[in-house]
Ligand binder design. Sequence first.
Ligand SMILES: Cc1cc2nc3c(=O)[nH]c(=O)nc-3n(C[C@H](O)[C@H](O)[C@H](O)COP(=O)(O)OP(=O)(O)OC[C@H]3O[C@@H](n4cnc5c(N)ncnc54)[C@H](O)[C@@H]3O)c2cc1C
Ligand SMILES: *[C@@H]1O[C@H](CO)[C@@H](O)[C@H](O)[C@H]1NC(C)=O
Ligand SMILES: *[C@@H]1O[C@H](CO)[C@@H](O)[C@H](O)[C@H]1NC(C)=O
Ligand SMILES: *[C@@H]1O[C@H](CO)[C@@H](O)[C@H](O)[C@H]1NC(C)=O
Ligand SMILES: *[C@@H]1O[C@H](CO)[C@@H](O)[C@H](O)[C@H]1NC(C)=O
Length: 479
Amino acid sequence: MMILSSHPSAWVLAAGLQELILLAGSDAYAAREASYWAENASLSPYCIVQPRTTNEVALVVKALSETDGPIGLRSGGVTQWAGSNDVKNGVTIDLGKLRDVTYNAQSKLASLQPGARWDEVYGELQNQGVCVTGGRIGNVGVGGFLTGCGNSFHSAQNGFGCDNVVNFEVVLGNATIVNANSTSHPDLWTALKGGSGNFGIVTRFDMFTFPATEIWGGNRISVRSEGEKLAQALVDFTNNNNKNPEDAFVIDHIFDPSSSPDVIVLQVIVDTHGVINASAFDDVRKIPAVVDDVQKRTLQDLADNERVPSRQQQVWFSLSFKNDIRVINKGAELHDQLVEELKALIPSSNFATECLFQPLPTIFTEHSIEKGGNVMGLDKVKENALIWLIAGASGTPEESAIMREKLSALTASFEQYAASEGLGNDLEWLNYADQTQNPLKSYGKENVDFIRKVAEKYDPAGVFQKKVVTGWKISKVSQ
Ligand SMILES: Cc1cc2nc3c(=O)[nH]c(=O)nc-3n(C[C@H](O)[C@H](O)[C@H](O)COP(=O)(O)OP(=O)(O)OC[C@H]3O[C@@H](n4cnc5c(N)ncnc54)[C@H](O)[C@@H]3O)c2cc1C
Ligand SMILES: *[C@@H]1O[C@H](CO)[C@@H](O)[C@H](O)[C@H]1NC(C)=O
Ligand SMILES: *[C@@H]1O[C@H](CO)[C@@H](O)[C@H](O)[C@H]1NC(C)=O
Ligand SMILES: *[C@@H]1O[C@H](CO)[C@@H](O)[C@H](O)[C@H]1NC(C)=O
Ligand SMILES: *[C@@H]1O[C@H](CO)[C@@H](O)[C@H](O)[C@H]1NC(C)=O
Protein backbone atom coordinates (compact mmCIF):
# COMPACT_ATOMS: atom_id res chain seq x y z
CA MET A 1 0.00 0.00 0.00
CA MET A 2 2.83 2.39 0.88
CA ILE A 3 4.60 1.52 -2.33
CA LEU A 4 1.45 2.01 -4.35
CA SER A 5 0.59 5.30 -2.75
CA SER A 6 4.06 6.71 -3.40
CA HIS A 7 3.54 5.98 -7.08
CA PRO A 8 2.51 9.30 -8.65
CA SER A 9 -0.38 7.82 -10.57
CA ALA A 10 -1.85 6.61 -7.28
CA TRP A 11 -2.28 10.22 -6.21
CA VAL A 12 -4.11 11.06 -9.37
CA LEU A 13 -6.31 8.01 -8.83
CA ALA A 14 -6.90 9.02 -5.23
CA ALA A 15 -7.93 12.47 -6.41
CA GLY A 16 -10.73 10.85 -8.42
CA LEU A 17 -9.05 11.57 -11.74
CA GLN A 18 -8.70 7.98 -12.98
CA GLU A 19 -10.71 8.80 -16.11
CA LEU A 20 -7.87 11.05 -17.21
CA ILE A 21 -5.08 8.47 -16.96
CA LEU A 22 -3.52 6.55 -19.83
CA LEU A 23 -1.48 3.65 -18.48
CA ALA A 24 1.64 2.24 -20.13
CA GLY A 25 0.65 -0.73 -22.24
CA SER A 26 -2.67 0.71 -23.41
CA ASP A 27 -3.26 1.62 -27.05
CA ALA A 28 -4.19 5.18 -26.10
CA TYR A 29 -0.88 5.59 -24.23
CA ALA A 30 1.07 4.19 -27.17
CA ALA A 31 -0.71 6.54 -29.58
CA ARG A 32 0.17 9.59 -27.45
CA GLU A 33 3.83 8.52 -27.14
CA ALA A 34 3.92 8.02 -30.90
CA SER A 35 2.54 11.52 -31.42
CA TYR A 36 5.78 13.24 -30.37
CA TRP A 37 7.27 14.95 -33.40
CA ALA A 38 10.80 13.67 -32.70
CA GLU A 39 11.21 10.01 -31.92
CA ASN A 40 13.89 10.96 -29.44
CA ALA A 41 11.51 13.09 -27.37
CA SER A 42 9.14 10.36 -26.22
CA LEU A 43 10.44 8.90 -22.95
CA SER A 44 7.74 6.39 -21.90
CA PRO A 45 6.49 7.82 -18.57
CA TYR A 46 4.73 5.69 -15.92
CA CYS A 47 1.50 7.15 -17.15
CA ILE A 48 0.01 10.09 -19.00
CA VAL A 49 -2.67 12.36 -17.53
CA GLN A 50 -4.98 14.14 -19.93
CA PRO A 51 -7.03 16.87 -18.27
CA ARG A 52 -10.01 18.08 -20.31
CA THR A 53 -10.69 21.40 -18.60
CA THR A 54 -8.80 24.12 -16.75
CA ASN A 55 -10.29 22.87 -13.48
CA GLU A 56 -9.00 19.39 -14.18
CA VAL A 57 -5.53 20.85 -14.87
CA ALA A 58 -5.71 22.48 -11.43
CA LEU A 59 -6.78 19.19 -9.81
CA VAL A 60 -3.95 17.34 -11.53
CA VAL A 61 -1.38 19.94 -10.45
CA LYS A 62 -2.64 19.71 -6.88
CA ALA A 63 -2.57 15.91 -6.83
CA LEU A 64 0.81 15.59 -8.50
CA SER A 65 2.54 18.29 -6.48
CA GLU A 66 2.06 16.04 -3.44
CA THR A 67 3.98 13.16 -5.05
CA ASP A 68 7.70 12.46 -5.25
CA GLY A 69 8.17 11.56 -8.91
CA PRO A 70 9.08 13.98 -11.67
CA ILE A 71 6.33 15.52 -13.82
CA GLY A 72 6.42 16.27 -17.52
CA LEU A 73 4.35 18.77 -19.48
CA ARG A 74 3.44 18.78 -23.14
CA SER A 75 1.14 20.64 -25.45
CA GLY A 76 1.79 19.74 -29.11
CA GLY A 77 4.80 17.59 -28.21
CA VAL A 78 6.75 19.08 -31.09
CA THR A 79 9.94 20.22 -29.35
CA GLN A 80 12.76 18.03 -30.54
CA TRP A 81 14.98 17.46 -27.49
CA ALA A 82 14.55 14.60 -25.03
CA GLY A 83 13.41 16.11 -21.73
CA SER A 84 11.55 19.07 -23.21
CA ASN A 85 8.08 17.55 -23.13
CA ASP A 86 8.07 14.04 -21.66
CA VAL A 87 9.56 12.38 -18.61
CA LYS A 88 11.05 9.02 -17.64
CA ASN A 89 9.85 7.38 -14.39
CA GLY A 90 7.20 10.03 -13.86
CA VAL A 91 3.84 11.33 -15.02
CA THR A 92 3.38 13.48 -18.08
CA ILE A 93 0.59 16.05 -18.10
CA ASP A 94 -0.61 15.98 -21.70
CA LEU A 95 -2.71 18.99 -22.76
CA GLY A 96 -3.76 17.25 -25.98
CA LYS A 97 -7.44 17.29 -24.95
CA LEU A 98 -7.40 21.04 -24.38
CA ARG A 99 -7.66 22.14 -27.98
CA ASP A 100 -10.65 24.44 -28.30
CA VAL A 101 -10.38 27.42 -30.61
CA THR A 102 -13.10 30.06 -30.27
CA TYR A 103 -13.69 33.63 -31.45
CA ASN A 104 -15.53 36.37 -29.62
CA ALA A 105 -16.93 38.82 -32.19
CA GLN A 106 -17.54 41.45 -29.50
CA SER A 107 -14.02 41.58 -28.07
CA LYS A 108 -12.51 40.54 -31.43
CA LEU A 109 -10.24 38.16 -29.50
CA ALA A 110 -9.60 34.51 -30.28
CA SER A 111 -9.17 32.06 -27.40
CA LEU A 112 -6.85 29.14 -28.05
CA GLN A 113 -6.24 26.18 -25.80
CA PRO A 114 -2.64 24.97 -25.64
CA GLY A 115 -3.10 21.50 -27.17
CA ALA A 116 -4.42 22.84 -30.49
CA ARG A 117 -2.20 22.79 -33.58
CA TRP A 118 -1.84 25.80 -35.85
CA ASP A 119 -3.60 24.24 -38.84
CA GLU A 120 -6.66 23.60 -36.64
CA VAL A 121 -6.43 27.15 -35.32
CA TYR A 122 -6.30 28.68 -38.80
CA GLY A 123 -9.08 26.42 -40.08
CA GLU A 124 -11.44 27.24 -37.24
CA LEU A 125 -10.75 30.98 -37.27
CA GLN A 126 -10.99 31.17 -41.06
CA ASN A 127 -14.60 29.99 -40.72
CA GLN A 128 -15.16 33.11 -38.59
CA GLY A 129 -13.31 35.37 -41.02
CA VAL A 130 -10.33 36.06 -38.77
CA CYS A 131 -6.73 35.01 -38.23
CA VAL A 132 -4.02 35.29 -35.52
CA THR A 133 -0.24 35.74 -35.46
CA GLY A 134 0.66 32.07 -35.12
CA GLY A 135 2.88 29.27 -36.36
CA ARG A 136 4.08 28.81 -39.90
CA ILE A 137 3.81 25.04 -39.89
CA GLY A 138 0.51 23.26 -39.34
CA ASN A 139 1.47 20.56 -36.85
CA VAL A 140 3.26 22.85 -34.37
CA GLY A 141 1.51 23.12 -30.99
CA VAL A 142 0.03 26.35 -29.63
CA GLY A 143 1.34 26.00 -26.02
CA GLY A 144 5.07 25.69 -26.64
CA PHE A 145 5.09 28.07 -29.61
CA LEU A 146 3.45 30.97 -27.75
CA THR A 147 5.22 30.55 -24.39
CA GLY A 148 8.52 30.34 -26.33
CA CYS A 149 7.75 33.57 -28.25
CA GLY A 150 6.78 32.29 -31.72
CA ASN A 151 8.05 33.58 -35.07
CA SER A 152 5.19 33.99 -37.53
CA PHE A 153 4.60 34.93 -41.15
CA HIS A 154 2.78 37.92 -39.62
CA SER A 155 5.64 39.06 -37.33
CA ALA A 156 6.68 42.06 -39.43
CA GLN A 157 3.10 43.35 -39.16
CA ASN A 158 2.24 42.33 -35.61
CA GLY A 159 5.34 41.23 -33.68
CA PHE A 160 5.92 37.73 -32.37
CA GLY A 161 3.09 35.34 -31.54
CA CYS A 162 3.50 36.01 -27.80
CA ASP A 163 3.20 39.79 -28.31
CA ASN A 164 -0.33 39.21 -29.55
CA VAL A 165 -1.48 37.41 -26.40
CA VAL A 166 -3.74 39.82 -24.54
CA ASN A 167 -4.43 37.45 -21.67
CA PHE A 168 -3.03 34.15 -20.42
CA GLU A 169 -5.18 31.94 -18.21
CA VAL A 170 -2.68 30.14 -15.97
CA VAL A 171 -2.80 27.34 -13.41
CA LEU A 172 -0.13 28.18 -10.83
CA GLY A 173 1.90 25.69 -8.78
CA ASN A 174 -0.57 25.88 -5.86
CA ALA A 175 -3.41 25.02 -8.27
CA THR A 176 -4.83 28.57 -8.26
CA ILE A 177 -6.18 29.76 -11.61
CA VAL A 178 -5.26 33.35 -12.54
CA ASN A 179 -5.51 35.66 -15.53
CA ALA A 180 -2.31 37.41 -16.55
CA ASN A 181 -2.81 40.50 -18.67
CA SER A 182 -1.81 44.17 -18.78
CA THR A 183 -3.92 44.99 -15.70
CA SER A 184 -4.01 41.69 -13.78
CA HIS A 185 -0.62 40.22 -12.77
CA PRO A 186 1.13 42.26 -15.49
CA ASP A 187 4.57 40.94 -14.45
CA LEU A 188 3.42 37.38 -15.12
CA TRP A 189 1.89 38.48 -18.44
CA THR A 190 5.24 39.92 -19.58
CA ALA A 191 7.29 36.99 -18.27
CA LEU A 192 5.14 34.44 -20.09
CA LYS A 193 6.00 36.14 -23.39
CA GLY A 194 9.13 34.09 -24.08
CA GLY A 195 9.73 32.81 -20.54
CA SER A 196 8.38 29.33 -21.36
CA GLY A 197 7.12 26.88 -18.70
CA ASN A 198 8.69 28.54 -15.62
CA PHE A 199 5.57 29.95 -13.97
CA GLY A 200 2.59 27.65 -14.41
CA ILE A 201 0.50 25.86 -17.00
CA VAL A 202 -1.18 28.14 -19.50
CA THR A 203 -4.65 26.77 -20.20
CA ARG A 204 -5.91 29.54 -22.52
CA PHE A 205 -4.33 32.18 -24.74
CA ASP A 206 -6.58 35.13 -25.66
CA MET A 207 -5.16 36.71 -28.79
CA PHE A 208 -5.63 39.74 -31.01
CA THR A 209 -7.16 38.86 -34.38
CA PHE A 210 -7.20 40.49 -37.80
CA PRO A 211 -9.34 39.75 -40.86
CA ALA A 212 -8.43 36.48 -42.60
CA THR A 213 -7.39 36.93 -46.23
CA GLU A 214 -6.07 34.54 -48.78
CA ILE A 215 -2.30 34.70 -48.95
CA TRP A 216 0.08 34.31 -51.88
CA GLY A 217 2.84 31.96 -50.90
CA GLY A 218 4.64 28.66 -51.06
CA ASN A 219 7.97 27.07 -51.82
CA ARG A 220 10.61 27.60 -54.45
CA ILE A 221 13.59 25.29 -54.79
CA SER A 222 16.85 26.32 -56.47
CA VAL A 223 20.09 24.47 -57.04
CA ARG A 224 22.95 25.01 -54.57
CA SER A 225 24.91 27.23 -56.97
CA GLU A 226 22.20 29.92 -56.66
CA GLY A 227 22.98 30.13 -52.92
CA GLU A 228 24.95 33.40 -53.01
CA LYS A 229 22.30 35.26 -55.00
CA LEU A 230 19.63 33.98 -52.63
CA ALA A 231 21.72 35.04 -49.65
CA GLN A 232 21.90 38.58 -51.05
CA ALA A 233 18.14 38.52 -51.67
CA LEU A 234 17.49 37.50 -48.04
CA VAL A 235 19.79 40.23 -46.66
CA ASP A 236 18.06 42.86 -48.83
CA PHE A 237 14.61 41.52 -47.97
CA THR A 238 15.40 41.69 -44.25
CA ASN A 239 16.62 45.28 -44.55
CA ASN A 240 13.41 46.25 -46.36
CA ASN A 241 10.93 44.20 -44.36
CA ASN A 242 9.77 47.36 -42.52
CA LYS A 243 8.58 48.73 -45.90
CA ASN A 244 6.88 45.45 -46.84
CA PRO A 245 5.69 44.11 -43.50
CA GLU A 246 3.04 41.95 -45.16
CA ASP A 247 5.81 39.82 -46.67
CA ALA A 248 7.83 36.98 -45.18
CA PHE A 249 10.82 35.07 -46.55
CA VAL A 250 13.16 32.33 -45.36
CA ILE A 251 15.90 30.33 -47.07
CA ASP A 252 16.92 26.83 -46.13
CA HIS A 253 19.89 24.83 -47.43
CA ILE A 254 18.70 21.22 -47.34
CA PHE A 255 20.34 17.86 -47.81
CA ASP A 256 17.64 15.22 -48.04
CA PRO A 257 18.51 12.31 -50.32
CA SER A 258 14.89 11.13 -50.32
CA SER A 259 14.11 14.13 -52.54
CA SER A 260 17.46 15.17 -54.06
CA PRO A 261 20.99 13.72 -54.04
CA ASP A 262 22.48 17.23 -53.77
CA VAL A 263 22.10 20.13 -51.38
CA ILE A 264 19.26 22.39 -52.57
CA VAL A 265 18.11 25.82 -51.44
CA LEU A 266 14.47 25.98 -50.40
CA GLN A 267 12.82 29.39 -50.29
CA VAL A 268 9.52 30.01 -48.55
CA ILE A 269 7.93 33.23 -49.76
CA VAL A 270 4.67 34.67 -48.47
CA ASP A 271 2.65 37.79 -49.12
CA THR A 272 0.08 37.68 -46.35
CA HIS A 273 -2.18 40.16 -48.19
CA GLY A 274 -2.49 37.74 -51.11
CA VAL A 275 -0.89 40.02 -53.70
CA ILE A 276 0.16 37.85 -56.63
CA ASN A 277 3.77 38.52 -57.69
CA ALA A 278 4.32 40.85 -54.71
CA SER A 279 7.17 43.18 -55.66
CA ALA A 280 9.20 42.42 -52.51
CA PHE A 281 10.11 39.13 -54.19
CA ASP A 282 11.07 40.50 -57.63
CA ASP A 283 14.79 39.86 -57.01
CA VAL A 284 14.18 36.40 -55.56
CA ARG A 285 12.01 35.36 -58.48
CA LYS A 286 14.67 36.36 -61.02
CA ILE A 287 16.79 33.53 -59.58
CA PRO A 288 15.96 30.29 -61.42
CA ALA A 289 13.97 27.68 -59.52
CA VAL A 290 13.49 24.00 -60.33
CA VAL A 291 10.29 23.87 -58.26
CA ASP A 292 7.85 26.72 -57.68
CA ASP A 293 4.49 26.09 -56.02
CA VAL A 294 3.87 29.69 -54.94
CA GLN A 295 0.17 30.37 -55.35
CA LYS A 296 -2.96 32.00 -53.93
CA ARG A 297 -4.20 29.85 -51.03
CA THR A 298 -5.39 29.96 -47.46
CA LEU A 299 -2.89 30.22 -44.61
CA GLN A 300 -4.16 26.85 -43.37
CA ASP A 301 -3.33 25.29 -46.72
CA LEU A 302 0.19 26.75 -46.66
CA ALA A 303 0.72 25.66 -43.03
CA ASP A 304 -0.30 22.13 -43.97
CA ASN A 305 1.90 22.17 -47.03
CA GLU A 306 4.96 23.14 -44.95
CA ARG A 307 4.68 20.19 -42.56
CA VAL A 308 8.01 18.51 -41.90
CA PRO A 309 8.02 14.69 -41.65
CA SER A 310 8.51 13.42 -38.13
CA ARG A 311 9.33 10.29 -36.09
CA GLN A 312 13.07 10.45 -36.55
CA GLN A 313 15.89 11.23 -34.16
CA GLN A 314 16.23 15.02 -34.25
CA VAL A 315 19.06 17.32 -33.18
CA TRP A 316 18.75 21.10 -33.52
CA PHE A 317 21.02 24.04 -32.63
CA SER A 318 20.22 27.72 -33.02
CA LEU A 319 22.10 31.03 -32.98
CA SER A 320 21.41 34.52 -34.26
CA PHE A 321 23.62 36.90 -36.23
CA LYS A 322 23.76 40.34 -37.74
CA ASN A 323 21.99 40.52 -41.08
CA ASP A 324 25.07 40.16 -43.26
CA ILE A 325 25.70 38.12 -46.41
CA ARG A 326 28.99 36.80 -45.02
CA VAL A 327 27.04 35.00 -42.31
CA ILE A 328 24.73 33.24 -44.76
CA ASN A 329 27.56 32.25 -47.08
CA LYS A 330 29.60 30.95 -44.17
CA GLY A 331 26.65 28.96 -42.83
CA ALA A 332 26.02 27.45 -46.25
CA GLU A 333 29.71 26.50 -46.60
CA LEU A 334 29.74 24.89 -43.15
CA HIS A 335 26.59 22.98 -44.07
CA ASP A 336 28.18 21.66 -47.29
CA GLN A 337 31.17 20.43 -45.29
CA LEU A 338 28.87 18.88 -42.69
CA VAL A 339 27.04 16.87 -45.35
CA GLU A 340 30.32 15.50 -46.71
CA GLU A 341 31.56 14.59 -43.23
CA LEU A 342 28.28 12.90 -42.33
CA LYS A 343 28.24 10.89 -45.55
CA ALA A 344 31.45 9.24 -44.37
CA LEU A 345 29.89 8.35 -41.01
CA ILE A 346 26.20 7.56 -41.63
CA PRO A 347 24.65 5.89 -44.69
CA SER A 348 23.31 8.90 -46.56
CA SER A 349 19.87 7.36 -46.94
CA ASN A 350 19.62 7.52 -43.12
CA PHE A 351 20.07 11.23 -42.51
CA ALA A 352 18.91 14.66 -43.60
CA THR A 353 20.14 18.11 -42.61
CA GLU A 354 19.04 21.69 -43.01
CA CYS A 355 20.60 25.09 -42.45
CA LEU A 356 17.84 27.69 -42.15
CA PHE A 357 18.13 31.48 -42.16
CA GLN A 358 15.22 33.73 -41.33
CA PRO A 359 14.85 37.50 -40.93
CA LEU A 360 14.86 39.07 -37.45
CA PRO A 361 14.47 42.74 -38.42
CA THR A 362 14.04 45.45 -35.78
CA ILE A 363 10.46 46.00 -37.01
CA PHE A 364 9.43 42.77 -35.22
CA THR A 365 10.57 44.20 -31.89
CA GLU A 366 9.05 47.62 -32.53
CA HIS A 367 5.70 45.82 -32.53
CA SER A 368 6.67 43.88 -29.38
CA ILE A 369 7.35 47.13 -27.57
CA GLU A 370 4.08 48.75 -28.76
CA LYS A 371 2.18 45.74 -27.43
CA GLY A 372 3.69 45.76 -23.94
CA GLY A 373 7.04 44.04 -24.36
CA ASN A 374 8.38 40.54 -23.82
CA VAL A 375 11.44 39.00 -22.15
CA MET A 376 13.54 38.23 -25.22
CA GLY A 377 15.87 41.21 -24.76
CA LEU A 378 15.60 42.19 -28.42
CA ASP A 379 14.73 45.77 -27.51
CA LYS A 380 18.48 46.22 -27.03
CA VAL A 381 19.28 45.02 -30.56
CA LYS A 382 19.36 48.08 -32.80
CA GLU A 383 20.29 46.30 -36.02
CA ASN A 384 18.47 43.89 -38.28
CA ALA A 385 19.44 40.32 -37.52
CA LEU A 386 18.98 36.74 -38.70
CA ILE A 387 17.84 33.68 -36.78
CA TRP A 388 19.76 30.55 -37.72
CA LEU A 389 18.83 26.92 -37.21
CA ILE A 390 20.87 23.84 -38.05
CA ALA A 391 18.88 20.62 -37.91
CA GLY A 392 19.85 17.00 -38.38
CA ALA A 393 17.50 14.04 -38.59
CA SER A 394 18.74 10.46 -38.47
CA GLY A 395 17.47 6.94 -38.02
CA THR A 396 19.01 5.55 -34.86
CA PRO A 397 20.22 6.82 -31.44
CA GLU A 398 23.81 5.93 -32.46
CA GLU A 399 23.52 8.04 -35.59
CA SER A 400 21.91 10.78 -33.58
CA ALA A 401 24.89 10.84 -31.21
CA ILE A 402 27.18 11.39 -34.21
CA MET A 403 24.80 14.08 -35.46
CA ARG A 404 24.86 15.87 -32.11
CA GLU A 405 28.65 15.88 -32.02
CA LYS A 406 28.89 17.27 -35.55
CA LEU A 407 26.17 19.90 -35.18
CA SER A 408 27.56 21.00 -31.85
CA ALA A 409 31.04 21.45 -33.35
CA LEU A 410 29.64 23.28 -36.38
CA THR A 411 27.65 25.62 -34.13
CA ALA A 412 30.75 26.39 -32.06
CA SER A 413 32.85 27.21 -35.10
CA PHE A 414 30.08 29.32 -36.65
CA GLU A 415 29.78 31.27 -33.41
CA GLN A 416 33.53 31.75 -33.30
CA TYR A 417 33.60 32.96 -36.90
CA ALA A 418 30.83 35.47 -36.21
CA ALA A 419 32.55 36.74 -33.08
CA SER A 420 35.83 37.23 -34.93
CA GLU A 421 34.07 39.21 -37.69
CA GLY A 422 31.88 41.20 -35.29
CA LEU A 423 28.75 39.58 -36.73
CA GLY A 424 27.38 37.87 -33.63
CA ASN A 425 24.08 38.50 -31.87
CA ASP A 426 23.28 37.17 -28.38
CA LEU A 427 19.86 35.60 -28.83
CA GLU A 428 19.48 31.82 -28.99
CA TRP A 429 15.94 31.15 -30.22
CA LEU A 430 14.41 29.17 -27.34
CA ASN A 431 12.04 27.17 -29.50
CA TYR A 432 14.91 25.92 -31.69
CA ALA A 433 17.73 25.53 -29.18
CA ASP A 434 19.44 22.29 -28.18
CA GLN A 435 19.39 21.16 -24.55
CA THR A 436 23.11 21.95 -24.28
CA GLN A 437 22.46 25.61 -25.18
CA ASN A 438 21.22 28.32 -22.83
CA PRO A 439 18.47 30.33 -24.52
CA LEU A 440 17.03 31.88 -21.35
CA LYS A 441 20.47 33.23 -20.45
CA SER A 442 20.75 34.68 -23.96
CA TYR A 443 17.86 37.06 -23.12
CA GLY A 444 20.33 39.08 -21.02
CA LYS A 445 20.86 39.58 -17.29
CA GLU A 446 18.00 42.01 -16.75
CA ASN A 447 15.48 39.59 -18.28
CA VAL A 448 16.96 36.58 -16.49
CA ASP A 449 16.62 38.42 -13.17
CA PHE A 450 13.04 39.39 -14.03
CA ILE A 451 12.04 35.84 -15.03
CA ARG A 452 13.62 34.51 -11.84
CA LYS A 453 11.77 37.04 -9.70
CA VAL A 454 8.41 36.36 -11.35
CA ALA A 455 8.90 32.58 -11.08
CA GLU A 456 9.66 32.90 -7.36
CA LYS A 457 6.70 35.22 -6.80
CA TYR A 458 4.08 33.05 -8.51
CA ASP A 459 5.57 29.67 -7.64
CA PRO A 460 7.30 30.07 -4.26
CA ALA A 461 7.34 26.30 -3.72
CA GLY A 462 9.18 25.81 -7.02
CA VAL A 463 6.69 23.31 -8.48
CA PHE A 464 7.66 24.39 -12.02
CA GLN A 465 11.38 24.28 -11.21
CA LYS A 466 11.76 21.07 -9.18
CA LYS A 467 8.68 18.92 -9.88
CA VAL A 468 7.73 19.78 -13.44
CA VAL A 469 11.13 19.02 -14.88
CA THR A 470 10.52 19.41 -18.61
CA GLY A 471 11.68 22.35 -20.69
CA TRP A 472 13.88 25.38 -19.97
CA LYS A 473 14.27 26.16 -16.26
CA ILE A 474 15.34 29.54 -14.95
CA SER A 475 16.70 27.84 -11.81
CA LYS A 476 19.31 26.15 -14.02
CA VAL A 477 20.56 29.44 -15.45
CA SER A 478 23.69 30.60 -13.59
CA GLN A 479 23.63 34.05 -11.97
C1 LIG B 1 8.45 21.39 -38.00
C2 LIG B 1 8.59 22.50 -37.01
C3 LIG B 1 8.32 23.81 -37.38
C4 LIG B 1 8.43 24.85 -36.48
N1 LIG B 1 8.15 26.12 -36.89
C5 LIG B 1 8.29 27.15 -36.02
C6 LIG B 1 8.03 28.49 -36.43
O1 LIG B 1 7.64 28.76 -37.56
N2 LIG B 1 8.23 29.48 -35.54
C7 LIG B 1 8.62 29.23 -34.26
O2 LIG B 1 8.76 30.17 -33.49
N3 LIG B 1 8.85 27.98 -33.84
C8 LIG B 1 8.71 26.94 -34.70
N4 LIG B 1 8.99 25.67 -34.29
C9 LIG B 1 9.42 25.44 -32.90
C10 LIG B 1 8.18 25.26 -32.03
O3 LIG B 1 7.58 26.51 -31.83
C11 LIG B 1 8.53 24.65 -30.66
O4 LIG B 1 9.00 23.34 -30.83
C12 LIG B 1 7.34 24.68 -29.72
O5 LIG B 1 7.79 24.47 -28.40
C13 LIG B 1 6.31 23.65 -30.08
O6 LIG B 1 5.15 23.82 -29.30
P1 LIG B 1 4.47 22.56 -28.59
O7 LIG B 1 3.17 23.02 -28.09
O8 LIG B 1 4.49 21.40 -29.50
O9 LIG B 1 5.50 22.37 -27.38
P2 LIG B 1 5.79 21.05 -26.49
O10 LIG B 1 6.91 20.32 -27.13
O11 LIG B 1 4.56 20.33 -26.19
O12 LIG B 1 6.30 21.74 -25.14
C14 LIG B 1 7.58 22.29 -25.02
C15 LIG B 1 7.74 23.12 -23.77
O13 LIG B 1 6.92 24.28 -23.87
C16 LIG B 1 6.41 24.63 -22.61
N5 LIG B 1 4.94 24.59 -22.67
C17 LIG B 1 4.19 23.93 -23.57
N6 LIG B 1 2.90 24.14 -23.33
C18 LIG B 1 2.81 24.94 -22.26
C19 LIG B 1 1.73 25.49 -21.52
N7 LIG B 1 0.48 25.27 -21.87
N8 LIG B 1 2.01 26.25 -20.44
C20 LIG B 1 3.28 26.50 -20.08
N9 LIG B 1 4.34 26.01 -20.74
C21 LIG B 1 4.12 25.24 -21.82
C22 LIG B 1 6.88 23.64 -21.62
O14 LIG B 1 8.00 24.17 -20.94
C23 LIG B 1 7.30 22.46 -22.46
O15 LIG B 1 8.36 21.83 -21.85
C24 LIG B 1 8.86 24.59 -35.18
C25 LIG B 1 9.14 23.29 -34.80
C26 LIG B 1 9.01 22.24 -35.71
C27 LIG B 1 9.35 20.85 -35.30
C1 LIG C 1 -7.47 40.63 -17.00
O1 LIG C 1 -7.69 39.87 -15.84
C2 LIG C 1 -8.80 40.32 -15.07
C3 LIG C 1 -8.79 39.53 -13.76
O2 LIG C 1 -9.06 38.19 -13.97
C4 LIG C 1 -10.06 40.15 -15.88
O3 LIG C 1 -11.16 40.63 -15.15
C5 LIG C 1 -9.93 40.92 -17.19
O4 LIG C 1 -11.05 40.66 -18.00
C6 LIG C 1 -8.67 40.48 -17.91
N1 LIG C 1 -8.46 41.28 -19.12
C7 LIG C 1 -8.41 40.72 -20.32
C8 LIG C 1 -8.12 41.64 -21.45
O5 LIG C 1 -8.58 39.54 -20.51
C1 LIG D 1 2.88 36.63 -62.12
O1 LIG D 1 4.13 36.28 -62.64
C2 LIG D 1 4.08 35.15 -63.50
C3 LIG D 1 5.50 34.73 -63.85
O2 LIG D 1 6.36 35.82 -63.91
C4 LIG D 1 3.25 35.49 -64.73
O3 LIG D 1 3.17 34.40 -65.59
C5 LIG D 1 1.85 35.88 -64.27
O4 LIG D 1 1.06 36.31 -65.37
C6 LIG D 1 1.90 36.99 -63.22
N1 LIG D 1 0.56 37.16 -62.68
C7 LIG D 1 0.04 38.34 -62.35
C8 LIG D 1 -1.37 38.36 -61.86
O5 LIG D 1 0.68 39.37 -62.44
C1 LIG E 1 17.77 10.11 -27.61
O1 LIG E 1 16.93 9.68 -26.57
C2 LIG E 1 17.40 8.60 -25.84
C3 LIG E 1 16.38 8.29 -24.79
O2 LIG E 1 15.12 8.20 -25.35
C4 LIG E 1 18.74 8.92 -25.20
O3 LIG E 1 19.25 7.77 -24.55
C5 LIG E 1 19.71 9.38 -26.25
O4 LIG E 1 20.89 9.84 -25.64
C6 LIG E 1 19.11 10.52 -27.04
N1 LIG E 1 20.03 10.92 -28.06
C7 LIG E 1 20.34 12.19 -28.26
C8 LIG E 1 21.32 12.45 -29.35
O5 LIG E 1 19.83 13.11 -27.63
C1 LIG F 1 -1.30 30.65 -4.71
O1 LIG F 1 -0.12 31.31 -5.12
C2 LIG F 1 -0.29 32.67 -5.46
C3 LIG F 1 1.06 33.17 -5.96
O2 LIG F 1 2.06 32.92 -5.01
C4 LIG F 1 -0.80 33.44 -4.25
O3 LIG F 1 -1.02 34.79 -4.63
C5 LIG F 1 -2.09 32.82 -3.76
O4 LIG F 1 -2.49 33.46 -2.58
C6 LIG F 1 -1.90 31.33 -3.50
N1 LIG F 1 -3.21 30.75 -3.19
C7 LIG F 1 -3.38 29.88 -2.21
C8 LIG F 1 -4.76 29.36 -2.06
O5 LIG F 1 -2.47 29.54 -1.48
